[in-house]
Structures are given as structure tokens and as C-alpha cells.
Design a protein around this ligand. Sequence first.
Ligand SMILES: Nc1ncnc2c1ncn2[C@@H]1O[C@H](COP(=O)(O)OP(=O)(O)OP(=O)(O)O)[C@@H](O)[C@H]1O
Length: 268
Amino acid sequence: MTLLEIDGLTHTYGTGSSAHRALAEITFDVHEGEFVSIVGPSGCGKTTLLRTMAGLMRPTGGRLEFLGKQIVDVPEGLAMVFQDYRGSLFPWLTVEKNVRFPLRHLKLDKAEEQRRVSESLEAVGLAGNERKYPGQLSGGMQQRVAIARALAYRPKIMLMDEPFASIDAQTREDLEDLVLKVREQFAMTILFVTHDIDESVYLADRVVVLSKPSTVVQTILDVPLGRERDQIATKEDPNFIHMRGEVARLIRNAPPGHELMATRTAQV
Ligand SMILES: Nc1ncnc2c1ncn2[C@@H]1O[C@H](COP(=O)(O)OP(=O)(O)OP(=O)(O)O)[C@@H](O)[C@H]1O
């Protein structure tokens, strides 16, 4: 089943002489249960794309649907995890209250609410830290709280915008594996924006590679690795090595979107 449908999405910031066409033509789908990562050259509009999908801003053109309905607002069934965990957690609320906070919209009974909070904190390895405040936790632990908060909401899809970019390498690997684990545990669909080529391949079933601005989808690659991933064995797998090289080449040599669009039109 298609969860997210992005068809001819465009976005231009500003108007007149200061207009900047960030997204020229973005088209792809995300199916239920998939892990899709999005990579592209710096400044190609990854965050813009994710924010429009999350209903946080209106694109200037194109069709954007979640479960067959046009996205006009933050859709129910969608949760977002940001890079800036410090800005996304409430420092004056305990870990438990941070995770509980978005659930108030769902009007669950108290027992179900508590069950979800405990289960999510357990899933991210933070059971026992309920009464701590975000400021008492490391960056990696704070990002775990942000993930637990998204999980407690039981979204159909989780959008993650470079969630581990500000986290040290070792913790980052642990968090990547955590995301793969909760994906299985909660049968989650995940759309994951990253700058990191290894991360994009390691985590995903498909990698969407964007062009330079004005941005189009350059290509979509299937990741030829099984569902089981391992930080050492997977990264030694020749399929992984080949794939990371291919993605790196595509990003390094990415043409501007308007050139790609002109070539595609000429080929039709
Ligand atoms: N509010 C805004 N007003 C004007 N231009 C903007 C605005 N937000 C982003 N842009 C521009 O749109 C383009 C895409 O920005 P965006 O942050 O979506 O790209 P990105 O791929 O996520 O960037 P990065 O690689 O730095 O993470 C950039 O050129 C950026 O300067």
C-alpha cells in the first residue's frame, strides 16, 4: 500500500527577483513498511522536502498525499524526529512527560497512555530514566527520548531529518541500529534524510538521490542487502561497498535539476 505519494512537488522561496526555486520537480512514493532514505548535495532542499511532507509548510506546487489525502496540515499518523533534539524536547518536563506530551491529542485512557510511554522508553533503552530531565542526559540519550516520543504516538510513518548529524560516531551507530530495531518492533515505515552516504545505504531499502538545485529526483536505487544489517558485516559486504560508491558518485557528479529535466524532455 502507498503511504506517501509525492507527485511533481515544487517549492519556491520568495517572489520576484529574490525568488529561489528550491524544489523543481520531486516525484516518488513511499510504501507501507519501507525504509526510504533521501540524500543529495548540500543545500538541495532535503529539509524543505521533509517539512512539506510533514505538513509544516505548504509547497508552492504539485501533489502531496498521505494515505490518499492531500497534506494540508500535520497529518495524523505521522511523526517527525529532528536533528536538533535540544530544540525539540521540553527542558522543563521530565523524560516521561516529554514522551507523554503529544499523546494528549489522542485522548487515550490513562492505562493505555502509560503503557505506550513505558513501552516506548523500554524500546529505546531508557527505562529507569523516566524522572530525569533532558538536561541531565547525553545528546544520544536525548535523541532516544525524541524517538520514544514519536513511537509512543504509534505513527504510520516516521520522518527523520538528519537525526544523528550532531551525535558522535559510536553513539550514532548505536542509534542507527536502534532505529532498525524499532522499525521491526513497531512495523514502522520510515523516511530518513541524511548527509551521510554510508548511513543512507546501511539503513534503507531504497535510496532517493536528489540533484543539485533546482532539485529533481536524480535516481532511486534499491539497496541489495537483506533486512538484517550489522555495523561490521554489512559494511564489509561487496554489495554495500558497491552501493555506497554509486551513491557517492551520483552526489559528487549531481547535475542541476533543470539540466536533468531538459535531458529527460529531449529523450521523450
Ligand atoms: N526560509 C527560506 N527562505 C529562503 N530560502 C530558503 C529558506 N529555507 C531554505 N532556503 C533555501 O532553500 C534551499 C534548500 O534548503 P534546505 O535547507 O531545504 O536544503 P538541505 O538540502 O536540507 O540543506 P543542507 O544540505 O544544508 O542540510 C537552500 O538554498 C536554502 O538556502
